[in-house]
Design a protein around this ligand. Structure first.
Ligand SMILES: [Zn+2]
Length: 125
């Protein structure tokens, strides 16, 4: 099961069925899973937590570059341009993986079934 989840995470697939694609374009995200129909945006502000994951991933990726530039004695201008360009290039990757990571973590902490949102007799709370 963990291998399947890891594979789905790396391929940016649905956290519930592990098959449906989460994104339909570089930054365009599907509202629902094309395979199981689960709604990706569970509630208002659901993806705010993925921002913290994005900050962490960005930090972990940029630190080696910053250290490397420091030891090259790069000027402030070169340092700034290099880091900004790296951020811009990596931003779509970080954006996508932070959202997918958050959805999979949330699915592990608070599991839901593919048809949960369609059940007519479901009570809130
Ligand atoms: Zn799905």
């Amino acid at each position: 099961m963990w291998f399947k989840r890891l594979k789905a995470l790396l391929l940016q697939r649905c956290p519930v069925c592990l098959e449906g694609k989460v994104f339909h374009s570089l930054l365009g995200m599907n509202k629902e899973c094309p395979v199981c129909g689960v709604k990706f945006d569970r509630e208002t502000g659901y993806f705010l937590n993925s921002m913290f994951i994005a900050y962490t991933i960005g930090f972990l990726i940029l630190i080696p570059s910053a250290v490397w530039l420091y030891f090259l004695n790069a000027s402030i201008l070169v340092f700034t341009i290099a880091i900004v360009v790296e951020c811009l290039i990596l931003w779509p990757i970080i954006f996508r993986y932070s959202r997918v990571l958050w959805m999979h973590a949330d699915q592990i902490m608070d599991p839901r079934q593919p048809d949960v949102h369609e059940a007519p007799d479901r009570q809130p709370g």
